[in-house]
Write a protein that binds this ligand. Structure first.
Ligand SMILES: *Cc1c(COP(=O)(O)O)cnc(C)c1O
Length: 399
């Protein structure tokens, strides 16, 4: 058996590899610098162009580009009309923003449990959590795999709920052949550097519904409108005239970020292809290892994977998840854990949420580790990660 690096052995890699990394090329740099040399840094033509690109790519009617994915979720909650006393069902196995956006509107997050095989929100658990106060569902395409869109939409139609899809992980994923972004009432994307495409920061909301679209436009730019049809008084005093008709925020994206994101979109199909290739290499190896479980995929989802998680079968291992994670670190494979159940955080605890409400999510959290996945990884990098996982497993496996 090989001596682990954590015990003084030779690490699998000399250089550290991280769980995610952006891919930025000269084309992106060129696209950004062109905007920096132009007249518009913000509120210019690139933002609109990017919105059209996103709508076209996903097949949604409307897109609103915003400053980040969290702002996208907040705008969606505003457009959904959430207010104090309303309940919104979401998953705990997500980044905090998926639930925080509900709190921004003074509504109440209700956590439904996940499916223990796919790790996405469980449709039965959504149903079980519906009350007379439920107004919306925020479902997250965890690691990029599409949620059960048809089932969730059917539930939402039956109970008159608004379906918001947090697709921060899932740009380029399709469900039954249709792109994520065109399926829910509103779909939110993030363009943070760890996500599949980036603008440094950035986000967007996609919708087919004109009413939501108009509300999103107001929410992301001060509640101000230049559109005469949306004005209340329209006492048109001159070309400078505009009205604030709602309370909105400044969640605008800049033109150079919009240009950056459009440049990244040109590479999106290649990013997706490379991510899938890496996942296939991982799946082939890890499906043979009884000490590891891999995420199951529903046949309806053609996934552009954002993260790759392995789930440790701790009964077959003599180590803890922490020991496994630290051993991988020492081999220079920097993993991550996605995610700590949102309601475990002190802030949520103070709001009255208790541990134990979503046992599947808690059990999955205790056993998962995200290993490196990003398109810039070469085959040697992928092989190093596989080698390190096998090395650490071989050391800790119970005999
Ligand atoms: C990244 C992420 C967000 C937030 O996006 P930002 O652009 O970082 O604000 C929201 N939800 C999920 C699931 C995410 O992964």
């Amino acid at each position: 058996m090989e001596k682990l690096a954590i015990n003084g052995g030779l690490p699998v890699r000399k250089e550290k590899i991280f769980y995610g990394h952006q891919f930025v090329d000269e084309e992106d740099i060129q696209a950004v610098s062109e905007v920096l040399r132009s007249d518009y840094l913000t509120c210019g033509p690139k933002v609109e162009e990017m919105e059209q690109c996103l709508a076209q790519y996903t097949g949604a009617k409307y897109a609103v580009a915003v400053s980040n994915g969290t702002a996208a979720l907040h705008c969606a909650c505003i457009a959904a009309g959430l207010k104090e006393g309303d309940e919104v069902i979401t998953t705990p196995l997500t980044f905090a923003a998926s639930a925080n956006c509900i709190l921004y509107c003074k509504a109440t997050p209700v956590f439904a449990d996940i499916n223990p095989k796919t790790y996405n929100i469980d449709t039965e658990s959504i149903k079980a959590n519906i009350s007379g106060r439920t107004k919306a569902v925020i479902a997250v395409d965890f690691t990029g795999q599409s949620v059960q869109n048809d089932e969730i939409r059917a539930i939402c139609e039956k109970y008159h709920l608004i379906f918001i899809e947090d697709a921060a992980h899932a740009i380029a994923t399709t469900y039954k052949g249709k792109k994520v972004g065109s399926l829910a009432d509103m779909t939110c994307f993030s363009f943070h550097p760890v996500k599949t495409i980036t603008g440094g920061e950035g986000g967007a909301i996609l919708t087919n519904n004109e009413e939501f679209y108009q509300k999103l436009v107001l929410a992301h730019a001060h509640g101000i409108t230049h559109n005469k049809e949306l004005m209340e008084e329209a006492s048109y005093e001159g070309s400078w005239y505009y009205e604030q008709v709602a309370l909105g925020y400044n969640y605008r994206i800049t033109d150079f970020q919009a240009a950056f994101i459009m440049s990244q979109m040109k590479k999106l199909d290649w990013f997706a292809k490379r991510r899938k290739e890496i996942v296939n290499m991982y799946n082939q190896e890890f499906s043979k290892i009884p000490e590891i479980n891999i995420q199951e995929e529903i046949k309806e989802s053609d996934t552009c994977p954002h993260l790759y998680t392995i789930r440790l079968n701790l009964k077959k291992l003599s180590c803890t998840r922490r020991e496994f994670f630290d051993a991988m670190s020492a081999e220079n494979i920097q993993c991550q854990v996605h995610y700590i159940p949102v309601y475990w955080f002190p802030y949520y605890k103070k709001l009255g949420y208790e541990k134990g409400i979503c046992p599947n999510a808690e059990e999955v959290y205790r056993e998962i580790i995200s290993i490196p996945l990003y398109p810039k990884m070469g085959n040697q990098d992928v092989e190093d990660v596989i080698y390190a996982v096998k090395k650490v497993i071989a050391y800790y496996k119970k005999r």
